[in-house]
Design a protein around this ligand. Structure first.
Ligand code: T1G
Length: 643
């Protein structure tokens, strides 16, 4: 860690260097404090530029210090000290100025950002609120509305938007240091703006705040920090600076010690550890060309994810008609992104231009990576790999997107099986961040490393899974659903179970989710297992599917649905079909229901760890949070169970 000072005439340049992300640990806080003191007492210095070495401006307080007792100088005091400096400081921002980093920038009189930079206050994503004036100075800098959006969502904004919100004073490109020094020089010939803490703030009326609270509560689904952040922002808009600062600090310290913050820190660090598991030593293969076999929902989603990462894609389907359908699926993904403003028309066109489609496997003769995403049937998949084995280079990586079949059986007879691996994407594959990586006993370390490298290239969270029925995620899902059915058999109403899991933080309960996805997927899976001679007991879901109730797509499943309406309604038909299987039982509270189901997930997780199907508990938590909607602020089933 270093804080160095050099000069450009009457402008001093303070450079912070604390890899990897210039986090504001105690040493850096002290270094900056000393720099302010030094420069304040140097009459030859008339302005100061604060800039960072490395890939980013200060990315926040050092999260690894959160469990330790706070050591001075405390960040709020450092920000005040910067603001009281006798010379104007200009924060020169590149990469991400986040949390305490943006608060330090607000201690400076001006903020100049590189056009590729972003700024934000993501503290709520760590279960806390900004703790060094983020909720108090931001409304004074950019207005209450902008501050509420920035702080309660925790979403950073790009430089252009930051300028329009008033969060930065100028955007520059090219040589940030030179531009910032020039900007600093200009400030010397114009009146200085007031320090942010002294600027007025206008509070919207009570109704506006109430509307914000309702909207944030709906979005938060039990997460505390966003609503506490709103309280701090209102205090900042209605009370004097010092009073609001005291409130913010008290809230920050309270939430930092909370269970939700501990859970969110657990997920934060698990996400950062996931792409580089300790056992991965081999060098990954470089991937410059890819192909996807199958243009259905999963295939098109995977092709879109590969295109998002800038990789050229060959899309293979069995015949011309299916090829057109595959291209249409892909096109509709990009068109949807244009409609949502995520892509421009031109970007969508470029995405499609990078796709070659056909049914001739000869197109794959020189492809680096091929991902199979055809119908979930063993013989169909084996036929695909037989052709890939004849066509592709011996060192091409061949992957299957199977979610239930045994990858070893799919790869049976494949020449050079060391290049084969399971890459289990989640639907929609271009959106869902989770990627289960499933090596077989013959998968080479280099192939496994390539799977992880591909995840980084696609911005996915990779989790290595062993081979068993459903790998990690679907196996736990099966246990979760079975436990939910047991509660129904014991007399707990379906709607009460769904309500309990929504109250726990899930977007949907187990039965609503099945009705949305379709009960027949798991049913066919069970029937397949029964046909293979496995003893799979009849489930309540089987009874419904056999009665034609597959969910929303058939107008009814666990619930009933009015035509054109997706609102689940208790169904007499379902009650009638299941009547004989349901016994009267104790009425459980929502907490008891949630505890039963999440404990069952954790118990299955324990078994998965014991069998070596998952390498560590946090991997299971990442699977559940990024693949199955487990509330992030609960930390995942293993963390929630104290694992
Ligand atoms: N503290 C400590 N370590 C951090 C860190 C932080 N704030 N941010 C990142 N790291 C580590 C990370 O664990 C990893 O370590 C390495 O840096 C690279 O990270 C008072 C209290 C900046 C956008 O929430 O969003 O300020 O695994 O892989 O993809 O109000 O890191 O290599 O050992 O993510 O290039 C608010 C969190 C804190 C920002 C870079 N700040 N960081 O992304 O790299 S709370 C944040 C990020 C706060 C004040 C409050 C991202 C990044 P390792 P990486 P990246």
């Amino acid at each position: 860690m270093s804080v160095t000072i050099d000069r450009d005439g009457e402008v001093a340049v303070v450079t912070v260097d604390n890899p990897p992300v210039n986090a504001l640990g105690q040493a850096l806080r002290q270094g900056l404090w000393d720099a302010v003191e030094t420069l304040d007492s140097d009459p030859s210095v008339r302005a100061v530029v604060l800039i960072c070495a490395g890939r980013t401006f200060i990315a926040g307080a050092d999260v690894t210090e959160f469990g330790k007792p706070p050591v001075p100088p405390h960040l709020p005091d450092l920000v005040d000290r910067l603001e009281q400096a006798t010379k104007p400081w200009v924060a020169a921002i590149h990469g991400s100025a986040l949390g305490g980093g943006f608060e330090v920038a607000m201690g400076c009189r001006f903020r100049v950002a590189l056009d590729s930079a972003s700024v934000g206050l993501p503290e709520v994503t760590l279960g806390i609120v900004p703790g060094a004036s983020g909720t108090v100075r931001t409304p004074r800098l950019a207005g209450v509305e902008a501050a509420v959006e920035l702080v309660t969502t925790g979403r950073p904004v790009k430089a252009a938007k930051a300028l329009s919100m008033g969060l930065v004073d100028a955007i520059v490109s090219g040589d940030l240091r030179a531009e910032a020094v020039a900007f600093a020089r200009k400030t010397l010939v114009q009146p200085l703006p007031q320090p942010i803490s002294a600027r007025p703030v206008t509070s919207p009326d009570g109704a506006w705040w109430d509307d914000q609270r309702k909207a944030i509560a709906r979005r938060a689904r039990g997460e505390i920090a966003p609503l506490r952040a709103l309280d701090c922002l209102r205090m900042a808009a209605e009370k004097p600076f010092a009073e609001a600062m005291a409130h913010e600090r008290a809230t920050f310290l309270e939430l930092r010690a909370s269970d939700q913050a501990a859970a969110l820190r657990h997920i934060f660090f698990a996400e950062r550890a996931a792409p580089k598991p300790a056992h991965l030593e081999a060098k990954p293969r470089e991937i410059h060309s890819t192909a996807v076999i199958g243009g259905g929902t999963m295939g098109a989603g995977i092709a879109a994810a590969l295109r998002e990462a800038g990789l050229p894609v060959v899309l293979i389907e069995r015949d011309a008609e299916a090829v057109e359908r595959g291209l249409a699926n892909l096109r509709s993904i990009f068109d949807g992104a244009v409609k949502r403003g995520k892509l421009t028309e031109a970007q969508a066109r470029t995405r499609m231009e990078g796709v070659t489609a056909g049914s001739d496997y000869a197109l794959l003769a020189d492809t680096d990576l091929v991902i199979e995403a055809v119908f979930e049937d063993l013989s169909v998949k084996r036929a695909v790999f037989a052709r890939l084995g004849q066509t592709c280079r011996a060192d091409a990586i061949l992957a299957t997107n199977t979610s239930y079949l045994d990858p070893r059986l799919i790869a049976e007879g494949l020449p050079n099986p060391d290049r084969f691996i399971g890459l289990h994407f989640f639907s929609p594959a271009n959106v869902m961040k989770l990627l289960e990586i499933v090596p077989t006993p013959t998968t080479a370390p280099g192939t496994l490393a390539t799977g992880f490298a591909l995840a980084r290239q696609l911005g996915k969270i990779p989790v290595q899974a062993g081979i068993c029925d459903g790998f990690i995620g679907n196996r736990i899902l099966k246990r979760y659903r079975a436990e939910a059915e047991t509660l129904v058999r014991d007399g707990t109403p379906i709607a009460a179970i769904d309500a309990a899991m929504r109250a726990y933080g899930f977007a949907m309960g187990p039965f609503e989710a099945q009705d949305l996805g379709g009960l027949d997927i798991a049913y066919l899976q069970r029937e397949g297992a029964r046909a293979a001679g496995q003893d799979v007991p009849e489930t309540l879901g089987d009874i419904l599917v056999r009665a034609g109730r597959k969910g929303q797509k058939t107008g009814g499943g666990w619930y009933g649905y009015a035509p054109g309406d997706r609102t689940p309604k208790p169904s007499d038909t379902t009650a009638g079909l299941l009547a004989g299987r349901i016994a009267a039982g104790p009425t459980l509270t929502a907490e008891e229901i949630a505890s039963r189901l999440t404990s069952a997930m954790a118990a299955e997780g324990k078994a998965i760890l014991a069998e070596g199907i998952a390498l560590k508990p946090s991997d299971i938590d990442l699977v559940e949070v990024h693949g199955y909607g487990y509330p992030r602020w609960r930390g995942g089933p293993m963390f929630a169970a104290g694992g």
